[in-house]
Design a protein around this ligand. Structure first.
Ligand code: DON
Length: 585
């Protein structure tokens, strides 16, 4: 049988003796397929991708169909008004990446988000007409399709048109989320309320049908007219006219000038595996490789892949040593992110050094294996002397030939800027730029030169779509949303497979940890460490915040077995509507 659905039901509802429901499902189901698989944050978008595979489409065809469908079924993050990154590895071993990150509009200035006192106006990029960067998604998907698509463009866009025009049933989770958005981020924008509000008024409930006719019209135009209609046709006219009317920044010239870029992947090795990921303007690939190279230098795993000498040959995910080292190497990797990374078309980035094993060894040599270090001390050269969430989505695709796509794209916050034009939501990605030159604090602000605002520049991202191979064969496709937590979330899955001896379900389910240099606090999803290990880490000097819910990221992942040529997909149950789908035989 080409496909079989395997459910090993181990849904444990742990009720703590406090009576507080700690509902930790530990499902271990994986969708196993030898005819390709798509796993995304919405099962209907995975269906769209799987249907394209069934028609003979390539992994890229399926990825494009999934991305357009998510723009309909997952409005918080699926988009045509945002941007992202796609990592593509063909079965012949060649790999490339497509950078379709948004750009600063030509009328941007370095001080545009400072108030009259020179302070960062915190809410300036939260929502509204001055928050969006020039969208890249449609150009990026078109570039991927042009290079690697087998089916006609219209065939990969039409499933999304159908979903938008015919509508789809809301889950309880999406109904609740939309009701929330309608009273917050969308509330100030009449076109957004008209687009996502329930016809006739009232609150959405599970089972209601959400139809998006304006989005359907835009998608249909893109399906028949190609990306030009978005960048130079009536969609561009409509977007630019509304921007003018609301004193926004994006002009027709911005849209006409926007191009996606094919870039060399960032590559590195760890424990006998190769990682293929995204380079700048994403920090994802660099942060992940800096982290893994330091872990290797510290002997978390043996250089020969023999792991740390533990009985089963795998390192232990949740012992104090592993967790201490992970915090220490993340601290240093994220400091280098803050120090160096931005748009490579605007800034010199010492990429070769950052990715080298030698540099990682130098960094690792400064790590005390028994004591936490200080982020402030390590980064004092960039800290200002008087120092004082969420939406993105990732999906993974493997086709029957073993071609793979790892795609993460975003509107930045949930529902982006909240602004709808021509039926679609615009991003608020400008918030990913550094807003004040020279101002790097012990909180979230970074003011180093690489990521300051400039017209036409791409803002720094943390998105980390990655493809992992072993012995030249495809092994893992993963990625996640979650802002600055992303590289750590993705590594949580990558380490599960490459160092901790886990299968894809266990690696996706495992509780995650995060440290990002500043703020100097590690966050642990519940269950990441026992109370005794937490106490040991705190005694070493770590500040640790426990996050009770499983809420760090959303890593829809595929593990590939090159010997049997089967893919095992695990959706991330942190995302209630997510699902894996294989083409129906
Ligand atoms: O590009 C980035 O790094 C951010 N704009 C991603 C935002 C994000 O992941 C929010 N999602 N949960």
């Amino acid at each position: 049988m080409a496909m079989r659905q395997k459910y090993v039901v181990a849904a444990l509802v742990l009720a703590a003796c406090t009576g507080k429901a700690v509902s930790i499902a530990t499902p271990v189901d994986e969708l196993v397929s030898s005819t390709g698989v798509v796993v995304s944050a919405h099962h209907l978008a995975s269906d769209a991708g799987a249907a394209v595979l069934a028609k003979g489409g390539s992994a890229v065809d399926a990825a494009v169909a999934t991305a357009f469908a998510l723009a309909v079924t997952y409005p918080a993050a699926g988009n045509i008004g945002g941007g992202g990154f796609m990592v593509i590895r063909q079965a012949d071993g060649t790999a490339t990446t497509i950078d379709y990150r948004e750009k600063a509009p030509l009328r941007s200035t370095p001080t545009m988000y400072l108030d009259a006192t020179g302070a960062i106006a915190a809410s300036a990029t939260d929502s509204g007409w001055r928050a969006p960067g020039v969208p890249g998604t449609v150009r990026g998907l078109a570039m991927a399709h042009e290079k690697f698509g087998k089916l006609a463009w219209a065939d990969v866009v039409m499933p999304a048109v159908q979903l938008a025009e015919e509508g789809f049933a809301l889950s309880e989770s999406l109904a609740g989320e939309l009701n929330g958005a309608l009273t917050s981020i969308l509330a100030s924008f009449p076109a957004s309320v008209a687009t996502y509000g329930k016809p006739g008024g009232g609150a959405w409930v599970a089972g209601d049908t959400l139809r998006l006719p304006q989005l359907g019209r835009a998608l249909r135009a893109i399906a028949t007219g190609g990306p030009e209609v978005f960048y130079t046709g009536w969609i561009a006219d409509s977007l630019a006219a509304q921007m003018r009317a609301h004193r926004g920044l994006i002009s027709r010239a911005d849209l006409a000038a926007y191009q996606a870029v094919e870039r060399e992947p960032v590559r590195g090795t760890f424990n006998g595996y190769e990682l293929i990921s995204m380079g700048p303007p994403s920090s994802g690939g660099v942060v992940m490789m800096l982290t893994l190279n330091q872990l290797e230098a510290l002997g978390l795993v043996g250089a020969d892949g023999s792991a740390d000498g533990s009985a089963d040959g795998s390192a232990d995910r949740s012992d104090a040593r592993t967790l201490h080292l992970r915090i220490e190497v993340a601290r240093r990797a994220y400091l280098d992110r803050a120090r160096w990374i931005g748009d490579p078309d605007f800034s010199e980035i010492p990429l070769a050094r950052l990715l080298s094993k030698e540099y990682a060894r130098e960094l690792a040599a400064g790590i005390d294996t028994a004591q936490a270090s200080s982020s402030a001390e390590l980064g004092k050269d960039i800290l200002t002397p008087m120092a004082e969430s969420p939406q993105t989505t990732h999906f993974s695709v493997v086709d029957a030939e073993g071609n793979a796509v790892s795609n993460t794209y975003t509107l930045e916050s949930g529902y982006g800027s909240g602004v709808v034009v021509a039926g679609f939501l615009l991003n608020n990605e400008m918030g990913d730029f550094s807003k004040k030159s020279g101002y790097t604090n012990t909180g979230w602000a970074i003011g180093t030169p690489a990521n300051l605002i400039a017209p036409g520049k791409r803002m720094l991202s943390s998105m980390s779509p990655v493809i992992v191979t072993k012995g030249g064969a495809l092994r893992l496709v993963t990625g996640s949303p979650g802002g600055r937590t992303i590289p750590n979330t993705v590594l949580n899955v990558v380490l599960g497979v490459t160092a901790f001896g886990e299968g894809v379900r266990a690696a996706v389910d495992a509780p995650r940890i995060h440290h990002q240099w500043m703020p100097d606090t590690a966050s642990f999803e519940s269950g990441a460490a026992t109370p005794a290990v937490l106490a040991a880490l705190r005694a070493m000097g770590h500040q640790i915040k426990e996050v009770t819910a499983r809420s760090q990221g959303d890593a829809h992942s595929i593990l590939f077995d090159a010997t049997t040529r089967t893919a095992r997909a695990a959706n991330d149950r942190r995302s209630p509507d997510s699902g894996a789908r294989a083409p129906k035989p």
